[in-house]
Design a protein around this ligand. Structure first.
Ligand code: AMP
Length: 308
């Protein structure tokens, strides 16, 4: 089924305790679409870049079946730029710089061929742009997911709250869930966030896995214990791409299938962190992905006998 992803396509400077990478390919929509491309071939992107973005990377995205006709290229403009530094624990990071550049004046225009999309992933970018994309769809998609971050809660909370009213699933990290809800307990945070609009909530906890909330149901998926984590950048977006890509490929929105989608998302994120930028997301096979999913199943599987 068709999937449309919105988000940044960017350059990143990344510093981790293990090394640094300068001006590498990043951006929420880049990670989302690459991850999702392993599940669905009806995949479209809405974003904006400057003419400084390498053609080879665009060609690669196209070779993965990603339709780029909704990707605006601004002549003379500079692509979105983000710089971050990870702490020793590799879970926490500081944003050193965010340069919106071409994003400042971005007005997304959906090509006609995008308008009947069945799955919509509103990846991390200006909430007003996320709203503009939703407004252009004549028929509401079967599923609308949204990812955001503290940056937008700080600078555009009102617009964010408006768009939250219109979505089905919110994916954010634990600190962002606390900031958005004002609750420390993630269970209470989920209840508050449900009142804002979403029916499902995925809370990403980095190396501590992810939680899926729906009504009173909760599902937990650990992150795969990895020998080496090189660069966590994009893990959240990659998770989101794997998650919604899997849902779009199966067309099943039951809670049980969402649990599987969380595992597929976590499997894709486990690849992402093994190299800088998008490098590890290139050239995966179905078999690589299935093997990771099987590792997850073994990680949490145990027999028990309890009389209740
Ligand atoms: P993640 O590690 O999944 O949170 O995503 C990291 C990616 O998000 C990086 O490649 C950045 O280019 C991008 N990014 C960072 N800050 C923002 C922001 N404020 N809005 C949109 N994308 C961002």
């Amino acid at each position: 089924m068709s999937l449309l992803a919105v988000g940044t396509v960017a350059f990143d400077d990344i510093e981790t305790p293990y090394g640094r990478a300068e001006r590498v390919i990043g951006g929420a929509a880049t990670y989302i679409t690459l991850a999702a491309s392993y599940f669905t071939d009806d995949l479209k992107i809405v974003s904006v870049i400057g003419d400084d973005f390498p053609q080879t990377e665009l060609d690669y995205m196209q070779s993965r079946g990603i339709d780029l006709s909704g990707l605006q290229v601004k002549n003379g403009g500079k692509s979105f730029f983000w710089a971050g530094r990870y702490h020793k624990n590799m879970n926490d990071r500081d944003t050193l710089d965010t340069q919106l550049n071409v994003l400042t004046t971005f007005d997304p225009v959906l090509p006609e061929s995008y308008k009947n999309t069945e799955y919509l992933m509103l990846g991390n970018l200006t909430p007003a742009v996320q709203m503009r994309v939703l407004e252009q769809l004549p028929v509401r998609p079967k599923l609308v997911a949204l990812d955001t971050m503290n940056f937008w809660m700080n600078v555009a909370l009102e617009e964010l709250l408006e768009v939250l009213k219109k979505i089905d699933i919110l994916t954010i990290n634990d600190e962002e869930a606390r900031q958005l809800s004002g609750e420390h307990s993630l269970v209470k945070a989920a209840r508050k966030i449900f009142e804002m609009g979403p029916k499902y909530l995925v809370i990403k906890k980095g190396e501590h896995g992810a939680l899926l909330f729906s009504g009173d149901d909760v599902f937990f998926a650990p992150a795969l214990p990895l020998a080496e984590v090189v660069d966590p950048t994009g893990a959240g977006d990659t998770f989101a791409g794997g998650f919604i890509g899997y849902l779009a490929s199966t067309g099943d929105l039951s809670f049980d299938n969402m649990k599987r989608a969380v595992i597929y998302g976590s499997a894709m994120a486990s690849f992402c962190v093994e190299k800088f930028s998008i490098e590890r997301l290139k050239g995966l096979s179905k078999e690589d992905i299935n093997k990771r999913v099987a590792q997850f199943a073994r990680l949490v599987n145990f027999d028990y006998e309890i009389e209740l």
